[in-house]
Design a protein around this ligand. Structure first.
Ligand code: ADP
Ligand code: MG
Length: 246
């Protein structure tokens, strides 16, 4: 395997739901330590793309490779792939019947076989890093939406994923809670985490992303550095989208 293989490579991916072709030949790469944001209207296929990468959906054509290895080959064990990918969704990420610490330590202990004491120590360390060290014993419903999302990110990090998938993680939050969550993502980016992130936060994409992909009706219509795609887009539909959202 070449050392230069991107962490994630999505090549000509097609996905149908029944007759509806939701992804129509999507190609994008995420290199190590890069933050790639996926933008586009509701229904353009962002979540479906994320779900395909995490093997929650079976693709109809194309190839998805993690570290140069085809993960969409039917012989690949999806659980094995998912262990290497951390995922945070828009909402309802945490198990409501478990406290914060148990939420974070579950996968390391059960899936990765980390001894309980070590998993707890790591959870405490990560919580401290995001300023939530005093919340280890709380249940999710006692936390604000922003705190819940930061715990969800911590939980995703607890297994040392190769790739972090973030699907509109601030969309369900009250506006005043968005900043704390985005700040955390920015810190992770600065620390070198490899991230694929669907977002409507254009200011964030402009400041933090290395690369922006504009998805339109299941196609990457335009992609490039944020200053180009967000600042001086070539495609009229990108311009229309940005004019509506900003
Ligand atoms: P986005 O995340 O950009 O809003 P989605 O990936 O959620 O877009 O949806 C893209 C399209 O696929 C939409 O038309 C949506 O209705 C459709 N879709 C998503 N999931 C399913 C599903 N499980 N079954 C049928 N259609 C779906
Ligand atoms: Mg979505």
């Amino acid at each position: 395997m070449s050392g230069a293989a991107p962490v994630l490579s999505v090549d000509n991916v097609v996905k149908f739901f029944g007759e509806h072709q939701v992804l129509r030949g999507i190609s994008l790469d995420v290199a190590e330590h890069q933050v790639v944001t996926v933008i586009g209207s509701s229904g353009s296929g962002k979540s479906t793309l994320m779900r395909c990468v995490n093997l929650l959906e079976v693709i109809d054509d194309g190839v998805i490779a993690l570290d140069g290895r085809d993960i969409t080959d039917p012989r690949v064990d999806p659980d094995h792939v998912r262990r290497r990918i951390g995922v945070v969704f828009q909402a309802y990420n945490l198990f409501p019947h478990m406290n914060v610490q148990d939420n974070i330590t579950l996968a390391p202990r059960v899936v990765h076989g980390v001894p309980r004491a070590a998993a707890v120590e790591r959870a405490r360390e990560l919580l401290a890093r995001v300023g939530l060290e005093d919340k280890a014993d709380e249940y999710p419903d006692r936390l604000s939406g922003g705190q819940q999302q930061r715990v969800a990110i911590v939980r995703a990090l607890a297994t040392d994923p190769r790739l972090l998938l973030l699907d509109e993680i601030t969309s369900a939050l009250d506006p005043e809670l968005v900043g704390d969550v985005l700040r955390l993502v920015r810190e992770l980016a600065e620390q070198g985490m490899t991230i694929l992130m669907a977002t409507h936060e254009m200011g964030f994409a402009r400041q933090v992303a290395d690369h922006v992909c504009f998805l339109d009706q299941g196609v990457v219509l335009e992609q490039g550095p944020p200053e180009q795609v967000l600042g001086d887009p070539v495609e009229p539909r990108t311009r229309q989208f940005l004019a509506r959202i900003i």
